[in-house]
Design a protein around this ligand. Structure first.
Ligand SMILES: *Cc1c(COP(=O)(O)O)cnc(C)c1O
Length: 388
């Protein structure tokens, strides 16, 4: 079912055997990307065949890394609605505004895409225990798929993480360790367990397959828009897997002959309290300096240093996109505006995309007749404390 051929380092280009377990590139410690035989895949499957398959991300199985369907762990992730937000559009005076609502995924965020695929592939490659440092949605998603595989799940969270995130992991059978410190401290404690017990680390971009799950957002966008792409995609960026993944998906689809050369302008949104990618983009650097004293209510955006920084910056620049930081205090009002016009309770990260949209329109960066996609990356339900 899969046309996976090998892994390739995103920086040094080294090729590696895809049927062995890898974390970062052994030569340069940068992320590895999965490569496929796209010519064979284009002969094996058509867009029409895909249209007839079940409404989850495994409809793109030829372009995903799991070789044997017995290892596919599916909770119904993907194929989320692409909503034409006409009432929100009226409220802000814009016609072609769409929301890709990722809050409807299993475990209520798009992290289910990345971890669904990564845990399935780890399961296929014989992994028995997985580990993640996380301040939010990634931990819940990992716990869910590990449960389905019968794997041990080890989660390391900062002590002050909202209680619902902890409850979810525990209910899904994970062992949760609360660490007195920041997410970087959680990373250190998790790494000890990885070394000592041989657990597999599924941190953002530290293994090659979470990005494969996230890239399906790009495939879906094209499929849901009748195999065209929008003018602008606005994406709340932490580690950047979704943005990097969609950018990769667009290239794959063009090679498959499914779309033409047109690309959306990609926009990264971060919080003013943690905006390393925005700073690096505007300074014109290839990599991003770590952000000191990161602080934001949008847990998914509190990523002071991204392993895939250069890939995010490349995608923004190649697409003629941009990067915008919005203040935290614009997020809840933006969420409420989406809520009362469209009936979607969005997370603060998703709300940040509307705030960024409004800044970009004010600056004339978005024209009135363009088609714009806002990514609501998760449900507001796990963040209800922000409305208390
Ligand atoms: C993790 C997360 C993000 C950031 O996603 P990346 O792909 O790592 O940039 C955004 N929103 C939510 C709700 C998240 O959980």
């Amino acid at each position: 079912m899969s046309f996976l051929t090998h892994l390739e380092c995103a920086l040094c280009g080294d090729r590696l055997d895809a049927d062995r377990l890898w974390n970062l590139c052994p030569a340069c410690s940068k992320p590895l990307l999965a490569r496929y035989d796209l010519e064979q895949a284009s002969r094996a499957v058509t867009r029409e065949q895909i249209a007839g398959r079940p409404a989850n991300l495994w409809r793109y199985q030829e372009l995903l890394p799991v070789r044997d369907p017995r290892f596919v762990l599916c909770l119904g992730e993907g194929m989320t609605p692409l909503v034409h937000a006409t009432r929100l559009g009226q409220a802000v005076g814009f016609d072609r505004l769409f929301i890709k609502d990722e809050g409807l995924n299993p475990t209520a965020s798009f992290k289910a895409r990345g971890l669904g695929v990564a845990i399935s592939r780890a399961y296929e490659l014989g992994v028995k225990a997985v580990s993640i440092p996380s301040a939010g949605n990634a931990a819940g998603a990992m716990s869910a798929y590990a449960a389905l595989a019968g794997m041990e799940a080890h989660v390391f969270m900062p002590q002050d993480v909202p209680p619902l995130f902890v409850a979810e992991c525990r209910a899904l059978g994970a062992e949760v360790t609360l660490v007195d410190g920041l997410i970087t401290d959680c990373g250190r404690v998790a790494a000890e367990g990885v070394r000592q017990f041989g657990r597999f680390d599924v941190s953002t971009l530290k293994e090659p397959y979470r990005i494969e799950g996230k890239k399906t957002m790009g495939y879906e966008l094209a499929e849901q828009m009748s195999w065209t792409l929008p003018d602008v995609v606005i994406y709340p960026t932490g580690g950047g897997t979704g943005l990097i993944g969609m950018w990769k998906a667009f290239d794959e689809m063009e090679q498959l002959g499914w779309i033409g050369p047109k690309r959306p302008r990609m926009v990264t949104v971060q919080s003013e309290g943690c905006a390393p990618m925005v700073r690096a983009f505007h300074e014109g650097t290839e990599f991003a300096e770590p952000w000191q004293g990161a602080s934001t209510i949008a847990d998914g955006l509190r990523v002071p240093a991204a392993v895939g920084d250069f890939l995010i910056l490349r995608a923004l620049r190649e697409s003629n996109g941009t990067a915008v930081a919005v203040p935290d205090d614009e997020m809840i009002p933006a969420a409420n505006l989406i809520g009362r016009t469209q009936g979607i309770f969005v997370c603060p990260e998703g709300a940040a995309t509307l705030a960024a949209f409004q800044h970009l329109r004010d600056q004339g960066w978005i024209a009135d007749d363009e088609t714009v996609i806002l990514f609501n990356t998760g449900s507001g339900l796990k963040y209800a404390h922000l409305w208390a």
